[in-house]
Ligand binder design. Structure first.
Ligand SMILES: Cc1cc2nc3c(=O)[nH]c(=O)nc-3n(C[C@H](O)[C@H](O)[C@H](O)COP(=O)(O)OP(=O)(O)OC[C@H]3O[C@@H](n4cnc5c(N)ncnc54)[C@H](O)[C@@H]3O)c2cc1C
Length: 494
């Protein structure tokens, strides 16, 4: 007998859970609040420019391959991937840039030029990182995080020290590299995890392995191609995806979710509900107090990953000296990190990131034009006003023009900004967060908000606020882990 599953939210996690559950025989409907699916990875078109709204870095291609492989498919059945070379560029000052090559030998030579002897240390660092990646991906990220018992296995316990769970990332990097540029380069990927390198376990050098060994890729047509691919797969598996359907209540008589209600007044019966929207929103808005796993005090005490201030820009000329991914590290990393994590405030001299996908993909901008996505990481929960957005636009434009030695601002023919208030309005994001919870040691694995409701027998959570954490690959994994738990707890009788 089939069972009905309602998935709330069509982000990567919700779509992943939906595909896995449909393949296991469940009758799955995804209800999405927005008019277009994909969550933080939506796309929009304006004046001939095609903008990916959120993720732009395609890392860990093996996770995507594994996702589609689970259904007997390949990534190439759905989109075309291209490996970027250079992987990205780091700007340290005007004309002072470091192109990070995709090729390992060229990368070692670059390290050696900056710090003689560092190539050997890079090899050692990446060997350890490869081990962490292997163990992390095989032993940790696919665990549901119900309890510490999952990690009591002798093999896992014995790996904990080698994984450097209890050493800080920055200490690890500093023990091997002296040159400030190399340190910054190696520390940058952990900023994706939402904590400073001092507060992030050294285990996360697995991100450097993903960056330097597995490479930076791009799906032609934009990151939204992943969403399109998943939607096609979902359709092939019989999933119904309904957009413009905001869930406003989960009915829970007697500790069991029986149906959900949308803002438009439709009711959907459910044998199982999967919350793929922001966890805090589901708990605080869709459930009554006794049905919640956590109090408001608990949420207030969490360390959130940063939010961001974004600019989607259409430029009416081709730009020089920019690559697909450009990181601007020409200001003090420590000061900006403090203003995000320790003393939350609008940053004085922020680092920023600029993506120019039109460098790789002519389909995202009109001929002779450039598509730019500018991102400033900022603390969650800040008061976001039009004046602030305008100020940072000019601040980053001044620097961008000076560093790359060309006029850009006068050629901007399309501009849209996006920040905290938009994350709240579009995704019900707690404190306007962009990337969910920070991956600190105290918010890892079973210490994250639980994947399974403790109060509602057939309610599960998935997405960047639960295990394994923020990012597109973790969201895919989160959906799979939630689906696996559901299949175990709610078997279908034939
Ligand atoms: C600007 C930005 C840049 C990023 N860059 C990268 C990157 O380069 N690489 C990377 O790997 N990751 C990146 N990330 C992180 C990554 O995009 C996210 O971790 C991931 O997309 C989260 O997926 P999710 O399914 O958990 O949540 P979401 O994508 O937020 O999906 C949740 C969905 O639930 C819907 N919803 C909310 N409330 C309701 C309701 N009541 N009823 C129905 N639907 C509801 C929302 O509209 C949304 O569609 C970035 C994120 C942002 C914001």
């Amino acid at each position: 007998m089939s069972k009905k599953v309602i998935v709330i939210g069509s982000g990567f996690a919700g779509l992943s859970a939906a595909c896995h559950l449909a393949a296991a025989g469940f009758e799955v409907t995804v209800l999405e609040k927005n008019e277009t699916p994909g969550g933080r990875a939506r796309q929009f078109e304006a004046d001939g420019f095609v903008f990916d709204m959120g993720p732009s870095w395609y890392w860990m291609p093996d996770v995507f391959e594994q996702f589609f492989g689970h259904f007997g498919k390949k990534v190439s059945d759905y989109y075309e991937l291209k490996r970027l070379d250079p992987s990205y560029v780091v700007w340290y000052g005007p004309g002072d840039r470091m192109d990070v090559p995709a090729d390992m030998e060229a990368l070692e030579a670059m390290f050696e030029r900056l710090e003689p002897g560092s190539a050997v240390n890079l090899r050692k660092f990446l060997r350890e990182a490869a081990y962490k990646y292997r163990v992390g991906m095989n032993e940790f990220v696919y665990k549901p995080g119900h309890s510490i018992g999952e990690f009591a296995d002798r093999r896992v316990v014995s790996s904990l020290f080698r994984l450097q769970m209890f050493t800080s990332f920055s200490r690890h990097v500093r023990s091997l590299f002296r040159h400030p540029k190399l340190r910054k380069l190696l520390e940058f990927p952990v900023l994706f995890l939402g904590a400073t390198p001092e507060k992030t376990p050294a285990m996360y050098s697995l991100m450097n392995y993903a960056d330097m060994a597995l490479g930076t890729w791009y799906p032609m047509g934009g990151m939204y191609q992943i969403v399109e691919g998943m939607l096609r797969l979902a359709e092939e598996l019989g999933v119904r995806v309904e957009t413009g359907r905001e869930v406003v209540q989960i009915y829970v008589p007697n500790g069991h979710a029986t149906r959900v209600l949308t803002r438009q007044g439709q009711e959907y019966p459910a044998d199982v509900v999967v919350g793929g929207a922001d966890y805090h929103h589901i708990e605080s808005q869709l459930l009554e107090r006794p049905q919640r796993n956590y109090s408001e005090k608990y949420w207030e005490s969490r360390t959130m990953a940063p939010s961001c201030l974004l600019y989607y820009l259409g430029v009416n000329k081709r730009l020089d000296r920019l690559e697909h991914h450009n990181l601007f590290f020409d200001e003090d990393f420590g000061l900006h990190a403090r203003e995000i994590y320790e003393e939350p405030q609008w940053p004085q001299k922020p680092l920023f990131y600029l993506s120019a996908p039109s460098k790789t993909d002519p389909s995202v901008a009109p001929p002779g034009c450039e598509n730019l996505f500018l991102l400033i990481p900022v603390a969650p929960g800040l008061h976001d006003t039009p004046e602030v957005r305008e100020r940072y636009y000019h601040l980053t434009m001044d620097r961008l023009e000076k560093l790359t030695g060309q006029s850009i601002r006068d050629h901007v023919v399309y501009r849209r900004t996006y920040a905290h208030a938009d994350f709240v309005a579009d995704y019900h994001a707690f404190k306007g967060n962009a990337y969910g919870l920070a991956n600190t040691l105290m918010q890892t694995a079973f210490l994250k908000p639980a994947l399974r409701s403790r109060r509602v027998a057939n309610l599960y959570y998935t997405g960047q606020l639960t295990v394994p954490g923020p990012g597109v690959p973790p969201a895919l994994i989160s959906g799979e882990v939630a689906a696996r738990e559901i299949v175990k707890a709610h078997p279908l009788t034939r």
